[in-house]
Design a protein around this ligand. Structure first.
Ligand code: ADP
Ligand code: MG
Length: 695
């Protein structure tokens, strides 16, 4: 049996390694940099780099890389070896402070959404000292942020760190008002629950659509889907169990707190949840988790699918972003406290989140928009595209009481006067949780459930941190000027509830009634990515990002452009893949089968035998094939037409309304043909074969 405690973090240059290997002064200087986010002096960096290199080489590393997160949504690395030539023709292993703190990858091929045209093309990476260096696959990885020379963020990490600073600053103002003198910083914490599919590699390799797009663009439902609900929390199959065991160990070595693993609702679907950590670490760790899932699945002759909707008609995969705010002293600000004063503080943070979600529904929706996630949001499985909040009956009742100025007669029969009451601790009872809510309070944190499985958690958390920072800053502005803190606090909480309670919904988010009710409440229903994206650059949103120095106007617009371009590119790749499959696999299959049927039909007619079956099947298949051929032609026409559109928004709209719509038309017919054509001719593995391929 392996000693997990020794395994854990063994590949991380973490605090204990720093302490053991760095001279005292250097260690102190580095700790100061980490705690205060100050500049790391070059002489200190040189000592740290050398110690890091020695440690990494002992662990078998030969290379180092600045590890960063460009706007592609995945991580990037460029490996340099430690070797350096000496005068006598030999080499030594070297790593300098300069190489540690700053790198210059060629930025020109990463998406920049027009930033490059306006600004300096080159970019550089800088060490995010709050995220430890680690060894992966024989390479020392330095987690970095990626910026252009003129200072624009070119990655997902930089704005996340900025948003964490923003909420830190504003939350500290509020805490000081409540007399908190001990906290030095406020941090946001995240525990992302990750869903994924595992399928057999041999089957995967026979599906070009999975290879090129991550999802099946064709395929009719299997006889057995998820209706028996026998997969959820079911016994793990041996291959899956072996995969999960190896994954856990590899994650633990990297200091990632992988905690829970289980089967999900759909066949072949699974989930992994870590213990939460500070948001930027949670981001790095989630990216590593997704990467390792793919690598380790491959070692087990499987493929890990992270796409939001690999199979139509089968549950898709999401990522639940459990989010909270806490002080550096470990106080969770979304946890009802033990004293009346703490509870008033809890209520203020709570209503700040309520106000934020209500006022920035559009931004939250944008933060989870992608071509892949369009298949989930609004379908009857994931949360709908309408953003609302679940608070649970008890907390809602308490807020109603405040709203109406009445006494609260809940379980604990407490008088509800802000600042003079003890709130009940809300049980984290899983049974009464509302699984349909996009944004649910779960006892001491919020669970934002709209993220797609393939997402970087950076985007949604940048938004969450920024919008909550904004509300806290408004609250602090009011309360800092207050002459009667208790009265003004009570009024502020009350008026915020009154204004923003429309965002609270504890019912079934999947029902049609909710769609109608949400509309009457004036909540947004941005159904698709293309519907949602333009809100990203609405002037109120530009303002909030600029005010908290998270995105400049230029940065925001460049990101908007990238998201639109991405959408169009994805649909284009999917449509090209579909055209290819229809021409090379589906049409040949139906024509082959028809030819067999027709010759049998002729033979039977010659012998005077009954040929009703052949006749009717041939007729049906032949008609559908003609129809499919027409739809294919339409799709190709639309794709040509798309080539003439230059405006990015118009192009994305066209891809959604014309190209994607044509794909759906063609798919319906192809999927029907799949149910009619003999297996002998149907070359693509079916859903049944894919979903039940691992045992
Ligand atoms: P479940 O949702 O499966 O019942 P939990 O509620 O315990 O499980 O936790 C779900 C996820 O939320 C885990 O990843 C956990 O680490 C995370 N989590 C728990 N507390 C916090 C917090 N204060 N901040 C952020 N994430 C948290
Ligand atoms: Mg959950």
């Amino acid at each position: 049996m392996k000693d997990i405690t020794r395994l854990f973090s063994s590949m991380v240059f973490d605090d204990s390694v720093m302490k053991a290997r760095l001279p005292k002064d250097t260690y102190k200087a580095l700790k100061k940099t980490i705690a205060q986010g100050t500049h790391l002096e070059l002489d200190v960096a040189n000592v740290v780099a050398n110690a890091m290199k020695d440690w990494a080489v002992e662990k078998g590393a030969t290379h180092f890389t600045h590890w960063f997160q460009p706007m592609t949504g995945i991580t990037a690395e460029k490996h340099d070896s430690f070797i350096s030539p000496t005068a006598d023709g030999k080499i030594i292993m070297e790593f300098s402070g300069k190489e540690l703190v700053r790198g210059e990858p060629d930025a020109s091929s990463f998406p920049s959404g027009g930033l490059r045209a306006t600004f300096e093309a080159r970019g550089y990476t800088v060490w995010d000292t709050t995220s430890f260096a680690f060894i992966k696959d024989g390479t020392l990885c330095i987690p970095t942020a990626f910026c252009s020379y003129s200072g624009e963020a070119l990655d997902k990490k930089t704005p996340l760190l900025r948003s964490m600073q923003a909420i830190d600053k504003q939350a500290m103002r509020v805490l000081r008002l409540f007399g908190n003198k001990s906290a030095k910083r406020v941090l946001t914490t995240v525990g992302p629950e990750q869903e994924y599919f595992l399928i057999d590699k041999k089957m995967y390799l026979k599906r070009p659509d999975l290879i090129y797009t991550g999802r099946t663009v064709l395929g009719s439902p299997p006889p057995k889907g998820q209706e028996m609900e026998d997969h959820y929390f079911g016994v793990l199959k041996p291959r899956v169990s072996a995969f999960m065991k190896e994954l856990d160990e590899e994650l633990w070595k990297l200091g990632i707190l992988a905690k829970t693993k289980h089967n999900e609702v759909a066949p072949a679907q699974h989930e992994l949840a870590p213990i939460f950590s500070t948001t930027n670490l949670a981001l790095d760790h989630n990216q590593l988790t997704m990467e390792l899932m793919k690598v380790i699945a491959d070692r087990h002759d499987m493929v890990c699918l992270l796409h939001e909707k690999p199979f139509a008609g089968v549950n898709g995969s999401g990522k639940h972003n459990n989010w909270s705010i806490s002080t550096d002293t470990g106080l969770n600000l979304l946890e009802p406290g033990d004293t009346p004063f703490e509870n008033a503080q809890f209520l203020l943070f709570l209503v700040a989140v309520i106000k934020a979600v209500d006022e920035y529904q559009d931004l939250l929706r944008v933060s989870v928009a992608s071509a892949g996630n369009d298949h989930r949001l609004g379908a009857n499985e994931a949360p709908p595209a309408i953003v609302s909040m679940f608070l649970g009956d008890e907390l809602t009742e308490i807020l109603e009481t405040i709203d109406e100025g009445k006494a609260y007669h809940g379980k604990e029969k407490i008088e509800m006067e802000i600042g003079a009451t003890v709130l009940p601790h809300f049980p984290k009872d899983t049974t009464d949780r509302n699984r349909t809510s996009p944004f649910a309070f779960t006892g001491n944190k919020f669970e934002f459930r709209m993220l797609g499985s393939a997402f970087s958690i950076a985007g949604p958390n940048i938004i969450l941190n920024t919008i909550v920072a904004e509300e806290l800053s408004q609250f602090a502005d009011i309360l800092e000027k207050s002459a009667d803190f208790k009265a003004d606090l009570a009024n502020l909480i009350k008026s915020t509830i009154q204004k923003h309670k429309k965002i609270i919904f504890n019912g079934n988010n999947y029902s049609d009634e909710w769609v109608k009710e949400a509309e009457s409440r004036g909540l947004l229903n941005l159904k698709t990515t293309v519907d949602a994206l333009p809100s990203f650059i609405a002037s109120k949103n530009e303002e909030v990002f600029a005010k908290h120095q998270v995105f400049t106007e230029t940065e925001l617009h460049s990101r908007y452009e990238i998201m639109l371009e991405n959408y169009a590119k994805i649909i284009r790749i999917e449509s090209l893949t579909m055209v290819d499959l229809l021409k090379k696999e589906v049409l040949p299959a139906t024509l082959g089968y028809q030819s067999e049927l027709v010759s049998l039909l002729q033979k039977k007619n010659e012998c005077g035998l009954d040929s009703t079956v052949e006749e009717s099947l041939t007729k049906k298949i032949s008609e559908l094939t003609v129809l499919l051929y027409q739809k294919l032609g339409k799709l190709e026409e639309k794709m040509v037409q798309a080539g003439t559109i230059t405006d990015t928004l118009e192009l994305a709209q066209y891809y959604q309304n014309a190209v994607f719509a044509s794909m759906s038309d063609a798919r319906t017919i192809a999927d029907e043909l799949e149910t009619l054509v003999s297996k002998k001719y149907w070359t693509l593995p079916t859903y049944g074969e894919l979903l039940y391929s691992v045992n």
